[in-house]
Design a protein around this ligand. Structure first.
Ligand SMILES: [Zn+2]
Length: 243
């Protein structure tokens, strides 16, 4: 794990980030997203669920409302105004054609060059088991990047006014145990902290620690761990799949 990480490609204009839950992007990737938006790029978010099963002390119907509101506020902190929800069911997201079609439709609508998702692999490294929703969504996103460009796989999308988009050049997987690339975290870090702090109901249910102390600790460790492979600079890592 001492291989040097490459800088992420910079020659693109539009990105679509597709993850399973509210907070998935804020647990690391938001620092990179803030820098991209600073650089004049457009980034949109697509959430497969509203994270309604994520708060043990809150009924799902209520949690869905709270978490949607928190996600929109988190996105706004890093300059992202487009936030959409697919309404798959939290905790039991199924990998398959229905999810691939939903993601492919969004890729055709937004026409991104870069698609971002969260770790699709079985673990976060070692024995830290990943969740079924992250695995299902991550794999569907990697597949949908190709589906979006194939006119015959989901022909109903073209009939709905969404012609194929073959312009996805990379899928970048955040929090992968096998990263290849990175973005310096420093310039976007303060906004990343505030962005994750917007998930206040979730964080307060998760930990008794002071929310800001918890958030700074988590993001500091995550980006600091990557520094040894990125010239000593705290960074957000991605596993990059070129297309
Ligand atoms: Zn998640």
């Amino acid at each position: 794990m001492t291989d040097r990480l490459e800088p992420m490609p910079a020659d693109w204009q539009r990105a679509l980030a597709v993850v399973a839950h509210p907070d998935d992007l804020e647990y690391g990737a938001a620092a990179a997203i803030a820098s991209w938006v600073d650089g004049g790029r457009e980034v949109a978010y697509l959430l497969a669920t509203r994270g309604e099963a994520g708060i043990a002390t809150m009924e799902p119907a209520r949690a869905a409302e709270v978490r949607e509101r928190e996600q929109r506020a988190s996105a706004a902190v890093v300059g992202v105004s487009s936030v959409e929800f697919l309404d798959h069911r939290d905790g039991v997201v199924e990998y398959g054609p229905a999810l691939r079609r939903d993601v492919a439709a969004a890729i055709r609508r937004h026409r991104p060059e870069l698609v971002v998702t969260l770790n699709h692999r079985d673990t976060f490294g070692g024995t830290s088991w990943n969740t079924p929703d992250h695995r299902a969504v991550g794999r569907a996103v990697l597949d949908a990047a190709a589906d979006a460009g194939n006119r015959w796989i989901f022909p109903e999308l073209a009939e709905q006014g969404l012609p194929p988009w073959e312009g996805v050049r990379w899928v970048a997987v955040a929090a992968s145990p096998r990263p290849t690339h990175a973005v310096e975290a420093g310039p976007g870090m303060e906004r990343a902290v505030r962005s994750l702090l917007e998930h206040r109901a979730y964080i307060e249910a998760l930990t008794d620690a002071d929310p800001e102390t918890y958030v700074r600790g988590f993001l500091g460790r995550a980006t600091g761990d990557t520094a040894a492979r990125f010239g000593g600079r705290a960074a957000v890592s991605f596993e990059l799949f070129p297309r």
